[in-house]
Ligand binder design. Structure first.
Ligand SMILES: Nc1ncnc2c1ncn2[C@@H]1O[C@H](COP(=O)(O)OP(=O)(O)OP(=O)(O)O)[C@@H](O)[C@H]1O
Ligand SMILES: [Mg+2]
Length: 206
């Protein structure tokens, strides 16, 4: 009689011969994720990509992960209910964990509105591997910046469950860094993040 393959009886973790520490030595820095959270159009992607560019120029191995891109593929079956948002972040978290295990630095830009989902994310990583950056910007300012026209559609009721308008955003209580994106430009914000990455010894200071 054939036996169904289930997690409980037939799936075993295989420990490889190359460790994360070995890969980190090869890269010359630690693996980590810099997790940007904030309202739509607050500036997450802009800042994350500027940080990636700077780190890349400094010889780091990096990858920027953007919310919209992931929703095209890995999470294309999910909508914007609280349950699906939680599942969206859970899948991304598991994916990012693999990236961090490769020893690279991930810059991720997801609204990730729920505190509980972000706390679960943090629990996936070792101390110092997960830095939470709160991109703080009032929804009125975001609405003015919004190139995608999402706020106008949300206010008109065309888009339902839009964070900051018709769905909640829960700011982090103890983020590793707050960027006041309503008064600091994206370049200065990116410099702050790179400084933090050095301060936390993810990459070596100059
Ligand atoms: N600190 C800033 N000051 C002024 N404008 C900014 C700042 N950061 C970003 N912007 C501008 O705001 C707009 C939205 O930024 P961005 O696309 O990075 O937001 P986002 O948080 O990634 O939004 P979404 O969640 O919808 O992807 C862009 O036109 C960008 O140039
Ligand atoms: Mg974005």
């Amino acid at each position: 009689m054939t036996e169904a393959i289930t997690k409980k009886n037939n799936v075993t973790w295989f420990n490889g011969y190359v460790s994360r520490e070995d890969r980190e030595t090869l890269h010359g820095h630690k693996g980590a994720v810099i997790w940007f959270t904030g309202l739509s159009a607050s500036g997450k992607s802009t800042i994350a990509h500027l940080v990636e560019k700077e780190l890349h120029q400094q010889g780091c191995s990096t990858y920027a992960l953007d919310g919209d891109n992931v929703r095209h593929g890995l999470c294309s079956d999910l909508v914007f209910t609280p349950e699906d948002r939680a599942e969206n972040i859970r899948r991304i978290g598991e994916m990012v964990k693999l990236f961090v295990d490769t020893g690279i630095i991930v810059l991720s830009a997801f609204i990730s509105p729920y505190r509980k989902d972000r706390q679960k994310l943090r629990s996936l990583f070792h101390d110092g591997q997960f830095l939470e950056i709160y991109v703080d910007c009032p929804s009125e300012t975001c609405s003015k910046r919004d190139q995608k026209g999402l706020y106008a559609k949300a206010k008109a009721g065309v888009i339902k469950e839009f964070t900051g308008i018709s769905a909640p955003y829960e700011p982090p209580e103890q983020p590793d860094l707050v960027i006041r994106a309503y008064k600091q430009d994206a370049k200065a914000a990116a410099e702050h993040v790179v400084y933090l990455i050095k301060q936390r010894n993810i990459i070596k200071a100059d």
